[in-house]
Design a binder for this molecule. Sequence first.
Ligand SMILES: Nc1ncnc2c1ncn2[C@@H]1O[C@H](COP(=O)(O)OP(=O)(O)OP(=O)(O)O)[C@@H](O)[C@H]1O
Ligand SMILES: [Mg+2]
Length: 323
Amino acid sequence: MRLHVVTGKGGTGKTTVAAALALALASGGKKVLLVEVEARQGIAQIFDLPPLPYEERRIAVAPSGGDVYALAIDPEDAMLEYLEMFYGMRRAGRALSKMGIVDFATTIAPGFRDVLVTGKTTEAVRRRNRNGRRVYDAVVLDAPPTGRITRFLNVTQEVAGLARVGPIKNHSELVSSVVKSPETAVHFVTVLEEMPVQETLDGVAELRSAGLPPGGIFVNMVRESQLPQSALDQAATGHFDAAELVLGLKAAGLADGAEATALAEALAEEVVEHAHRTELERTERESLAEAGLPSFELPLLADGVDLAGLYELAETIRTQGAA
Ligand SMILES: Nc1ncnc2c1ncn2[C@@H]1O[C@H](COP(=O)(O)OP(=O)(O)OP(=O)(O)O)[C@@H](O)[C@H]1O
Ligand SMILES: [Mg+2]
């Protein structure tokens, strides 16, 4: 795989997973480009860097060598680049830009905006150095959310009404050939809750019907159950015996008398809730399996995602064989 597109429901961890995947893919001496498209500076934030320019630059060193480069694509700059590449008119482009025409064009024709962004990304995938070798071993795209991903990637479809012949059409066909190639995989990030899981299944189906290649499912923020199955089974009935908890609290010297009873009852309620959630997560896992895609699980990091946490997630991705 050369192009890894990471999508998912908003807030489930697309940017986090894309960044960790880029680190995982780079490890062992590879060169990987991490691309962001929504002008949100999420990559800079996660790597604790100042805002990224529209320029590829090295942002991290991967475990056991290897480099992660990053690029924040700005649609306006991508358009200027495009005008220069196909019409040799960068200066004119700058003037147009000042007049707000670039903004106008990318706003009235969102399909055009998307083809600029995907075009820039696929150009990085195809780029070769003088010896004919690919410049990047892999490109990871922190993509728009599930609801928009198929339209975003289905570029030829989206610009069909815009251009039937000429450079835009040729360009979009080139982009499309990369996006639809076996070298591309569209990964879905989800958490084990009903809405994001349903959105993932719908997204996979939509992608398939558009002839686009689904990759893997990254189940993010997974919490390991702290309790043995027997305790979970008991609690799943809706009642968990507090008497044993009282004994435990007393033995540990944590509480005594009425205080121990009250605490044990509160804890028993927590256990019931935990058991219900674990049960729900199990059914969500089963639903996800219906997509028939490889699936990977990333733990919920208790302290949030700092740089160390990102490397930890990258390691998990590697050990599970996703990179
Ligand atoms: N495995 C994890 N453990 C703990 N916190 C996590 C984990 N993955 C993501 N987060 C946190 O969840 C929040 C959302 O993550 P992230 O920004 O990667 O999601 P996103 O899907 O890119 O969101 P958006 O839709 O806004 O772009 C962030 O605060 C991130 O630090
Ligand atoms: Mg994000």
